[in-house]
Design a protein around this ligand. Sequence first.
Ligand code: SF4
Length: 327
Amino acid sequence: MSNPKNKVLVESVNLVKEFQISGGGFLPNNKNVVHATSNVSFQIMEGETFALVGESGCGKSTLGRLLIRLLEPTSGHVEFEGVNINDLKSNEMRELRKKMQIIFQDPYASINPRMNVYNIIAEPLTTHKICATKEETMEKVKGLMEKVGIRPEFINRYPHQFSGGQRQRIGIARALALQPKLIVCDEPVSALDVSIQSQILNLLHDLQDEFKLTYLFISHDLSVVRYISDRVCVMFLGKVCEIGNTEQIFTNPLHPYTKFLIDAVPKPDPFLRKENKELLQGEIPSPVNPPTGCRFNTRCPYAKDVCREKEPLLKNIDGRQFACHMV
Ligand code: SF4
């Protein structure tokens, strides 16, 4: 793992994202708003891998897109190197966008299947007029292909001629082309075989060291998160439950939801498997009509009246942050 530095690169400041949904008349109290992220604040330090984890629908992918302004927040803002990016004009944002890139879960869906490898990787370079000549672009593309482990002689091939792992490597090369500082990795290995996953994770790790990259790593797979991340932010239904360094989160989780997530990770040892702790109760509540107080209260076995009445605020103790009335 990399050594996180003490300089803040990105800050999420009270980020709220609500999506209007149509036809909400049949919903309770005429509610027609999905609360994707609710008042989310955290900092990502330069050079670290900061993981966002939680079940599907917890708002982690929305948050990743808000942080690089692929989505506009309903309220709150994002600071990148101390600059409020939501205040930037489109030409200023275009310039800043070079420093922030994204890798998607399914590289096949995110790259144009009619473009060959050269065009896929060269596109950001030509869009931002990085190279003076076509020869220079060609050299740069070949260099990026080598960096991610794709042989340069495949430069004229098309995405369908590669395996899933190779396509993800091409997606990474494209993300690297503009020498970004931050890469949002949105479930980058979830669609890959386990053997290929480790190759891609090792590649991301090596590239982080070489290019001093900062990663926001979004994943529902805690084994992957434990392997790659320096710090972990656990989310439930659009809210932050807990933030801590990876070792703390996995060996001494504080928030009940974090504990359940960790307990749910499959154990290779059959004796450990037997002592499976309490399982999560019930379904995930609707983000259209989230529970009052603590959003986890309908699933939490430790819930008391106060949990249903009052929202727990994020406390910061000894570098750990958690939002629970009972911890
Ligand atoms: Fe459970 Fe209450 Fe803590 Fe929420 S605040 S996690 S309901 S104990």
